[in-house]
Design a protein. Structure first.
Length: 367
């Protein structure tokens, strides 16, 4: 058996199908080790049945903002966990605990795999103190990234990455919740040919570019188009605005209520300034939605390829131009983009990404 440890700050509902799929390989004994707790922004309600083993480190969590925490943990506790599990492979990133696994690697002789979603945009173009990261990266044998922008960040930061050691595993979601038939792509544009529904799903914050979207809608509202339109905003309202027409606030939604917005809306709009690889994009693809997202979103090259348009982050003008491409599109063009979205989404599954993880593990063990 191959003892594999994946380091995670806490349990996320969207990770469980992936971890269960990794654990399903007959020669993998998977432990997910948690070293933190949820940020204030996380409001998931879910039950899960893990087929992997879970270990919780004793940590002290300090909230540093709505979407961020700092963690303090005991080196002795980490060593005890490593002695108990005896990992052959550890999958981590270059955070504090990741660096510790790098420092401890010569004593435990496990193989390290880097799993990161950071992009140049999400790190503000910083090389994040490469010398402090080297204790981790000096021992990395495989790199798992969700897309090419995450790989570009590693190269930009000065990490020596061999092409043969890079493995692409998209983020995945609960496939059962978004298990739609292909006909959904036609249904979206046959119910009402004169009105389009745009969806923003996420916390209404500056990081997500909601203020840019507000300003863009103000400009759109002064012009005339062949379609009327509504922007449905789903998520906790942090930055609100009053008096802008064609906006409907729906607040935080979960479960079927949340999924229904993807079924009934036609275009996803995500104007984030910084966003690694948000799951809302995967959810929209599987729902056959046309995709509009800023270049601040880590997955934009892969997920706007024929399925929609990308635009400059933090630019009202560029956001308006992208939305107008949709408002000037004919029905046939919108349906074709919707079909491409759906096709892209069908390849993004927990099973497929788990197979990539398995390849990365096998590669690391041979290195």
């Amino acid at each position: 058996m191959i003892n594999v440890v994946i380091l995670q700050p806490y349990n996320c509902p969207y990770r469980n199908p992936l971890f269960n799929a990794i654990a399903s390989f007959p020669d993998i004994n998977l432990h997910v080790v948690y070293f933190g707790s949820r940020e204030l922004s996380r409001k998931w309600e879910y039950n899960y049945e893990p087929t992997f083993k879970e270990v919780l480190l004793h940590v002290k969590t300090v909230s540093t903002g709505f979407e961020s925490n700092n963690y303090k943990y005991s080196l002795i506790d980490i060593i005890k966990v490593l002695v108990n599990i005896k990992p052959d492979v550890i999958i981590a990133n270059s955070n504090k605990i990741g660096k510790l696994t790098g420092l401890l690697q010569p004593f435990f002789r496990y193989k390290l795999i880097s799993w990161t979603e950071d992009t140049v945009a999400t790190t503000n173009g910083r090389k994040y103190g490469l010398k402090h990261k080297l204790p981790f990266y000096n021992h990395v044998k495989s790199f798992i990234v969700p897309g090419k922008l995450a790989l570009e960040q590693l190269v930009f930061a000065g990490i020596k990455v061999k092409h043969s050691s890079v493995f692409y595993a998209p983020n995945t979601i609960d496939d059962e919740m978004f298990n739609f038939k292909p006909a959904i792509t036609n249904d979206k544009f046959s119910k009402n040919l004169t009105h389009l529904n745009f969806l923003f799903a996420g916390h209404l914050t500056e990081r997500k570019g909601i203020d840019v979207l507000y300003e863009a809608i103000k400009i759109l509202n002064k012009r005339k188009y062949q379609y009327t339109y509504t922007f449905d905003l789903v998520g906790e309202v942090i930055l609100e605005t009053n008096g802008i027409k064609n906006i409907e606030f729906h607040g935080f939604k979960n479960g079927k209520e949340y999924v229904d917005f993807f079924v009934n809306n036609q275009i996803l709009i995500l104007p984030s300034r910084q966003d690694c690889n948000p799951l809302v994009v995967i959810e929209a693809l599987k729902s056959g939605m046309v995709i509009l997202m800023s270049k601040g979103v880590g997955s934009y090259p892969e997920y706007t390829n024929g399925s929609g348009y990308s635009f400059e982050a933090n630019s009202v003008k560029s956001t308006v131009n992208a939305i107008e491409k949709i408002l000037f599109s004919d029905l046939h063009n919108l349906i074709e983009m919707s079909k491409i979205s759906y096709q892209i989404g069908q390849h993004i599954t927990a099973s497929n990404s788990a197979s990539v993880f398995y390849e990365a593990i096998t590669h690391a063990l041979k290195s």
